[in-house]
Design a protein around this ligand. Structure first.
Ligand SMILES: [Ca+2]
Ligand SMILES: [Ca+2]
Ligand SMILES: [Ca+2]
Ligand SMILES: [Ca+2]
Length: 214
């Protein structure tokens, strides 16, 4: 009997340990089948629409991981810029080291996706923005990385936080510190911005499995 109790104790210990640390934080995989406007905002001329993923040929683990739905985005550039989407996070991201997503592109359209992460530096769970200056943050850091949109099929893109750089020196503390210590909201916000392959070209791509991981 004693041994059984001991074993149960060990099993409980292990299950508690595995629950206390997740290997990823899911931002969205669009499997609800709808673009949740309470969760995402959009800007520019980019249009968002949930797309049913087509069956793929042969084995493709990344395509399989995209499940039934992804988020399709398309629009026409004006001066390269098309628009984007954003969401509030409020996550302590210190246990993670990467931002990851799958992108389904089109060779003809090409283009780039700019990924923007905002960390709270004046401990108020808010990204104060300047409406006079393109809504840029005035108290907090903005970290940016840029990826190319490739051709057909889902490409897994996994970017280490170390590959993001602070684009507002002198604003915030110019340090990637997305923790929730001393009242900070940590990693507060994510934005994805689409840039076309040509000045006035159309972009069309899909995204899926947005997450933080290590
Ligand atoms: Ca999906
Ligand atoms: Ca702030
Ligand atoms: Ca900064
Ligand atoms: Ca910072």
């Amino acid at each position: 009997m004693k041994r059984v109790v001991w074993l149960v104790g060990i099993v409980m210990l292990f299950s508690t340990a595995s629950f206390s640390q997740f290997s990823f934080y899911l931002i969205d995989n669009f499997e609800s089948g709808k673009f949740e406007q309470s969760k995402w905002w959009s800007f520019g001329t980019l249009e968002e629409k949930i797309v049913k993923n087509a069956p793929h040929e042969g084995r493709d683990l990344i395509a399989e991981s995209c499940g039934e739905y992804s988020l399709g985005m398309s629009g026409k550039a004006k001066d390269w810029y098309v628009g984007g989407i954003g969401t509030d996070l409020s996550v302590d991201a210190t246990q993670f080291s990467r931002f990851q997503l799958d992108i389904y592109g089109s060779f003809e359209a090409g283009g780039k996706l700019i990924i923007e992460l905002f960390d709270d530096d004046n401990s108020n769970y808010t990204i104060e923005q300047d409406p006079q200056k393109n809504f840029e943050p005035v108290k907090d850091d903005k970290f940016v990385a840029e990826v190319n949109i490739l051709g057909n099929g889902f490409t897994l893109v996994s970017i280490p936080f170390s590959a993001f750089h602070d684009v507002n020196p002198g604003v915030g503390n110019d340090k990637w510190d997305p923790n929730q210590e001393n009242g900070s909201g940590g990693l507060l916000k994510l934005q994805l911005v689409a840039i076309a392959g040509k000045e006035d070209a159309n972009v069309t791509f899909r995204i899926d499995n947005l997450l933080l991981t290590y």
